[in-house]
Design a protein around this ligand. Structure first.
Ligand code: ADP
Ligand code: MG
Length: 298
């Protein structure tokens, strides 16, 4: 009996490995932007799995680019420093002191932790903030109601060439969502927006958002596939709200700039990234543009 069980195990492994082959072929040489959300990265075990999934992608010839946030981590440090945390329409009000804390946490801590988790597997990742090499040039962004949010920025331009050079060195850029302007001011930018702009600038094949929900939920269920127009409708009628707004808006921008597909998946579940990229069972929500080149497949 034990012998039989072992044989089945081996067969299963072989099936899984064979199933992966067409996905490796399809994604080889492609650029995939991955947004690692602050909520998804709370558990250490998940962060380690995320790192090894990214490394596997790199080793089979995919070019991953990571953009990360760290909202809950910034809030945690602000509370430790007894600093008031304030949000207006989902955006953190960022005075100079908050900007300093955000930079310390995002660039000094979260970014370096992701880099070191990846680099336990080899010399693979390079950490950057949007200020390094003028990667993310920014300007001030006001709240939709016009109120002043302090040092909150939007993306003016992305230094595409620099990212492409890093990819040319077979490095995985890990980008903290901080930007700067020509005067040297730093801005706190929503990482969803940075990820979308980076994907758009590079005309990436895919953008994947790892968040803390299964995907886009509507009418009590998970939406597995959406077009751009339907997504716009859901933003307008309020079915998409709060933290999902910048993700879907950025997906639409990226798709319109030539990115092929956008995915929203649950980054708190084990190996979500691996399952999305390498199996038939596409998890979460996929948003496709008008010119989906891989029609019908997950
Ligand atoms: P992240 O750290 O990944 O950016 P956010 O909290 O900013 O996470 O955004 C994800 C949140 O968006 C979800 O936890 C959920 O509360 C909210 N949300 C709003 N509308 C939807 C929707 N239609 N489907 C799924 N999540 C939604
Ligand atoms: Mg968010």
């Amino acid at each position: 009996m034990i012998q039989v069980a072992k044989e089945q195990d081996v067969q299963l492994k072989a099936r899984v490995l064979t199933e992966v082959l067409p996905y490796i072929k399809r994604h080889r040489g492609k650029t995939v932007v991955i947004k690692f959300g602050g909520n998804a990265m709370e558990r250490e075990q998940i962060r380690e799995m995320f790192a090894s999934d990214v490394v596997l992608m790199r080793y089979v010839g995919i070019n991953p680019i990571i953009v990360h946030g760290g909202g809950p981590q910034i809030t945690g440090y602000m509370e430790r420093l007894s600093k008031e945390v304030r949000f207006v329409e989902g955006q953190r009000v960022t005075d100079s002191e908050t900007m300093e804390i955000a930079k310390m946490v995002l660039v000094g801590k979260v970014n370096k932790e992701i880099v070191s988790l990846i680099n336990r597997h080899g010399t693979l990742a390079i950490g950057l903030s949007g200020e390094d090499g003028n990667l993310i040039m920014s300007r001030k962004r006001f709240a939709p109601d016009g109120s002043d949010l302090g040092w909150v920025g939007e993306v003016e331009s992305v230094n595409r060439e620099m990212i492409e050079r890093l990819i040319g060195f077979e490095l995985i850029p890990v980008i903290a969502s901080v930007g700067s302007d020509a005067e040297g001011n730093s801005y706190n930018i929503n990482a969803d927006i940075v990820a979308g702009e980076v994907a758009a600038a590079l005309k990436a094949d895919k953008i994947i958002y790892l968040t803390n929900v299964k995907g886009i939920m509507a009418q009590g269920g998970l939406v597995s596939r959406l077009g751009v127009e339907e997504s716009r409708g859901m933003l307008e009628n309020g079915e998409i709200s709060e933290g999902m707004i910048p993700k879907v808006e950025s997906c639409i921008n990226a798709l319109e700039a030539g990115v092929n597909r956008a995915h929203m998946i649950d980054g708190t579940s084990e190996h979500a990234l691996l399952l999305e990229v390498f199996t038939d069972e596409g998890v979460g929500t996929m948003i496709v543009g008008g010119q989906d080149k891989d029609q019908g497949e997950t």
